[in-house]
Design a protein around this ligand. Structure first.
Ligand SMILES: Nc1ncnc2c1ncn2[C@@H]1O[C@H](COP(=O)(O)OP(=O)(O)OP(=O)(O)O)[C@@H](O)[C@H]1O
Length: 316
């Protein structure tokens, strides 16, 4: 096999910068054919992936694998590069995508049972012999007609506000205190976040309105927010997406919600709504932050269509 590795050295609060030389040494030691490409800015992995796929088209390699080495954001961008390239090259063989988790949250790795230690994860990639088609999420902005994909989740509300506030924190890229920025953002959002109105439309059923939503997360995986099992039965092997809506909880309900998450019983709570669908539509009237795979989308209203998609992944 020949591995084309997209490396985000900033992932994991710059932890990846220290890990990459070890990964490179191991690959050289094992005489693995590999080509590293380093991301230089936010969004660069999309471009690098498209460049790699163009190169592979000029000189076909039937045994090529693209590895995203970083966090969920790097995987997200690498997938986007693949999807954009194949949108213009529909009939070409799709190069499978592998993930080496060296970021912070690594919800994708957790869900797919990819080891969180790089040595074990690399061993699994090198031992893998066939691709598996995984389910993904596809979103369309119905206002400006732009679209994209998510491997993990698309969240509007509380989770996205936390991502936004944590990203602004000066501690964010600190290897030791990075997690602090996240928890500080959680505390701030708990104190200040205001519920919002959301309409959900599922083909074949009547539209539902929630006047005081707190969290509206559509997920392809059980986990979000770095290991929180929000949708315990969600699976990237099933052609469906889980939508979880949490109505603005009181302090007691919040404590109940958090405790029930640990017991995996939170979906039975009265103020939590759960849908499992192939396609759904979400409209919001109030501007709120959004996040896709942990990357922030800014603060605005939403009119989106979410549906399933797929891509070959180099995983067991
Ligand atoms: N050279 C770079 N300089 C600055 N930012 C970069 C660079 N390369 C990539 N990025 C950005 O780094 C961000 C974080 O990457 P990523 O999500 O992979 O790691 P993480 O946040 O540590 O992990 P996770 O998402 O799993 O918590 C992404 O938004 C990506 O676009």
């Amino acid at each position: 096999m020949e591995y084309f590795i997209i490396v985000n050295k900033c992932a994991g609060g710059n932890k990846a910068r220290l890990l990459w030389p070890k990964i490179e040494t191991k690959l050289n030691h094992d005489k693995v054919a590999f080509h590293p490409y380093f991301t230089k800015y936010d969004g660069h992995a999309v471009k690098l992936t498209m460049q790699i796929l163009h190169q592979l088209n000029d000189t076909p390699h039937s045994d090529a694998i693209i590895i995203a080495a970083g966090g969920d954001g790097t995987l997200h961008e690498t997938l986007l590069g693949c999807k954009r390239y194949y949108a213009d090259n529909i009939n070409q063989h799709k190069v499978p995508l592998a993930f080496l988790p060296i970021g912070s949250g690594n919800d994708f790795a957790r869900a797919l049972k990819i080891p969180l230690h790089w040595q074990e994860a690399l061993k699994d990639i090198l031992a893998c012999r066939s691709a598996s088609i995984l389910n993904l999420g596809h979103y369309t902005n119905l206002v400006n007609k732009t679209d994209g994909y998510f491997t993990n989740n698309y969240g509007i509300g509380f989770d996205a506000t936390v991502v936004h506030d944590a990203n602004k924190s000066p501690l964010k890229n600190n290897r030791y205190f990075g997690k602090f920025s996240y928890w500080l953002a959680v505390v701030k959002a708990l104190r200040t976040f205001q519920g919002f109105k959301v309409q959900i439309r599922i083909p074949g059923s009547t539209e539902k309105t929630f006047n005081n939503a707190f969290l509206v997360t559509t997920t392809n995986l059980p986990y979000f927010g770095g290991g929180i099992k929000i949708a315990p039965d969600a699976s990237a092997y099933e052609n469906q997406l889980d939508l979880i809506i949490v109505e603005n909880p009181s302090i007691i309900q919040l404590i109940l919600f958090v405790s029930m998450i640990f017991l995996k019983r939170h979906l039975s709570l009265r103020f939590i709504h759960h849908y499992v669908q192939k396609q759904l539509f979400i409209t919001t009237n109030d501007a709120r932050y959004g996040q896709i795979d942990g990357e922030e989308l800014g603060e605005h209203t939403y009119q989106i269509k979410l549906e399933t998609a797929s891509y070959p992944f180099w995983v067991h």
